[in-house]
Ligand binder design. Structure first.
Ligand SMILES: [Zn+2]
Ligand SMILES: [Zn+2]
Length: 181
């Protein structure tokens, strides 16, 4: 595993600053990889991570592990929590990490690097073995199918289509889109 300092530098370069969320995210990701026995996550192809927020720590997890949204190995679950589940597809093992209840809220006037220095990984995060069933259409690899939406004519990949009244539609056309034209 590359040194912590290297991960922190890479996180700062990617995210633009080194805040508490970044330090926590890097520490969480490294701890999870160690627990799963993944020595070099950057060259390991079977790690999938479900992050529970879209904030600083998410970038940190991505940088420290090499998982990205575009490779389908970073999944975002919108819980608004600094927590993540790390799944090893090769072994089927999955663990969820979250800050321990006694971990304090760090103020903005504290130095992120110094503040967490005295905390061991075991004191910072709980590690819970969990069961994860990742549907085939959510896994890395080639799309299992591509269909055309009967209303907008756009392609829909990865079994995200909706069949309603015999029509095959994209989610936007079926349920209303997140944008208005
Ligand atoms: Zn930040
Ligand atoms: Zn459509």
């Amino acid at each position: 595993m590359r040194p912590l300092e290297e991960d922190l530098q890479a996180a700062r370069a990617f995210h633009g600053h080194l805040c508490h969320g970044m330090v926590m995210g890097v520490r969480m990701a490294r701890y999870a990889c160690r627990e799963l026995g993944i020595d070099d996550p950057h060259s390991y192809r079977d790690l999938v991570v479900y992050v529970e927020m879209d904030r600083c720590a998410t970038d940190a997890v991505s940088v420290a592990t090499g998982v990205t949204l575009g490779r389908r190995r970073l999944k975002w679950v919108d819980y608004g929590k600094l927590a993540a589940t790390f799944v090893d597809l090769a072994t089927g093992r999955a663990i969820r990490l979250a800050p321990c209840p006694e971990v304090p809220h760090a103020g903005n006037d504290t130095d992120p690097l110094e503040f967490w220095n005295d905390w061991a990984d075991e004191e910072l995060f709980s590690v819970t073995p969990v069961t994860m069933v990742i549907p085939e259409e959510d896994r890395p690899g080639r799309p299992i199918r591509t269909v055309i939406c009967a209303r907008c004519g756009e392609q829909v990949q990865d079994a995200r289509e909706v069949v309603a009244n015999g029509e095959t539609l994209c989610r936007g056309c079926a349920h209303g889109a997140y944008y208005q034209v």
